[in-house]
Ligand binder design. Structure first.
Ligand code: ADP
Ligand code: MG
Length: 323
């Protein structure tokens, strides 16, 4: 069981940013409207995620950290109809296998909840605890028991860069959730949760960038595309400038990015990428998100049709502007 968890951990937990991603997804799944993240030393010393979601039932706390105990997949068919972000029931056991975790959770406003402490997969303590509604997850000393993995960690600055990428993506995908992110005592991101995507863009990329973006809004029988995309002035030299969400989930997808860039064709200098946040929605049966365990890649069933739709939608958004 411990070994299985450590092996699974290798798949799920590559670096602090992968822990952060899984824990934020859990908070979002739990219906949180505020998610507060604290990190120290690029997340290697400490990562803490506090949410005000529905919490974990006291009797379920231990099970949440057991492998596959909570998998939401009951048949092969379900793989094609994944609606919630988490679906493998592997994150918590994998994280707890390679770190020192304390989780305090409460399902109501009684002021009481339950706490569990796990180190390297072994339960150290479980007790009642004072808690506000929601879940407070502290992950310390990541990879303390897997020195080979620890050795591969880069500088604090590099790991912080990956943490920030995850924070930005999560904040951009959920403007309706108030996120905060602080690292070694300084606040790096604060969003209001008022639902305004442009304000989230402003918090991350600055007000000038946010102002220079135009709205994308197109619908089709099978798809809808909404979001913001930059006029040709607000470009970056890095593909990271482009955030693609499919049914609310951040993905890497040439099938979306390529037609989008095609729409810019002559407008864009070579090797420049427009700052953009695009949210593509479609029926879950039209997309397979289970291509990769990290859930970043997707496969579309009507890709040609989709590409044409995206190019047209972005063209329309840009065309409606006067230069
Ligand atoms: P998955 O998200 O794939 O179900 P995880 O290992 O990430 O698996 O989490 C296990 C379970 O623990 C979740 O299904 C959920 O029921 C519960 N859980 C984890 N984190 C939270 C949270 N922040 N709030 C409420 N419940 C949570
Ligand atoms: Mg999860």
């Amino acid at each position: 069981e411990h070994l299985a968890n450590q092996i699974a951990a290798g798949e799920v937990v590559e670096r602090p940013a992968s822990v952060l991603k899984e824990l934020i997804e859990n908070a979002v799944d739990a219906g949180a409207t505020t998610v507060d993240v604290t990190a120290e030393d690029g997340g290697l010393t400490l990562l803490r995620i506090v949410d005000n979601g529905r919490g974990i039932e006291p009797d379920d706390l231990r099970t949440a950290f057991q492998r596959h105990a909570t998998s939401k997949i009951s048949s092969g068919k379900d793989l094609f109809q994944i609606v919630t972000l988490g679906f493998r029931g592997e994150a918590l056991p994998s994280i707890a296998a390679v770190a020192k975790v304390r989780c305090v959770s409460s399902i109501d406003d009684s002021g009481l909840g339950r706490a569990i402490e796990i180190e390297g997969g072994a339960i150290k303590k479980e007790e009642d605890a004072a808690a506000t509604r929601g879940t407070d997850m502290t992950v310390r000393e990541l990879f303390f028991n897997t020195p080979a993995r620890l050795k591969y960690m880069r500088t604090v600055q590099t790991e912080l860069g990956h943490l920030s990428d995850v924070m930005y993506r999560q904040a951009l995908s959920r403007p309706d959730i108030a996120f905060t992110f602080s690292h070694n005592g300084s606040t790096l991101l604060r969003t209001t949760g008022n639902g305004d995507l442009r304000q989230v863009v402003a918090a991350i990329y600055g007000t000038a960038a946010a102002k220079a973006m135009v709205e994308v809004k197109s619908e089709h029988l099978d798809y809808s595309l909404t979001g913001l995309t930059a006029m040709p002035l607000e470009t970056r030299s890095n593909r990271n400038a482009i955030t693609i969400l499919v049914n609310g989930r951040y993905v890497r997808s040439p099938a979306v990015v390529q037609p989008m860039l095609q729409a810019y064709h002559t407008l864009l200098p070579i090797n420049r990428f427009p700052l953009s946040v695009l949210n593509l929605r479609m029926h879950p049966t039209l997309v397979d998100v289970n291509v990769h365990p990290a859930k970043l890649e997707v496969r579309f069933s009507k890709e040609t049709e989709l590409r044409a739709f995206i190019e047209e939608a972005v063209r329309k958004a840009l065309g409606e502007q006067t230069y």
